[in-house]
Design a protein around this ligand. Sequence first.
Ligand code: S3P
Length: 181
Amino acid sequence: MRRPIALVGFMGAGKTTVGKALARELDRRFVDLDAEVSRRTNLSVPAIFDERGERAFRKIEADALAEVVADLDTVIGCGGGVVTTAGGRRALSKALVVYLAMDESALVSRLAKTRGRPLLEGLEGDALAARVHKLLAKRRPLYAQVADIAVDAARPTAEVVKRINREMLALGYDDRDRARS
Ligand code: S3P
């Protein structure tokens, strides 16, 4: 059995870091969905939100994902909000979906140190924590709904990758099949 692997989870959960490490481990191509959306529009993610709005971003994101999942040999690092639209979830159904789960407080402290995310722009302290809380409350059930595998993303990257590998094998996905064929 072979499917593209899509990593989902909240902003800051480490989808890009884990995705790159997993792709290396499995000898797959890593695709960052935000970068793919930027490439297609020639705009940064904040510029798309700014100039075209979130709804337009979601449509481009879901369309890009629908195309990217056609390549079975990929690991796709999705944007945290891809699960919020029916189109995004439909595209995800073509992939083996790995949910990188993390505590709310850990996410808030990670996100406090980063920038460039339109939905969190200009927020710090309690305001940041409140926004994360609100978004997570809506999204957690959606991450759980689309996930084939859920892992604790607070663990070190190598351990997270190992855990994903183990869970994939348990579900009958063995990338070594490809190496042999
Ligand atoms: C978003 C997450 C971002 C990016 C955009 C919207 C979200 O990606 O797609 O800023 O709604 O959670 P990361 O999860 O990689 O930060």
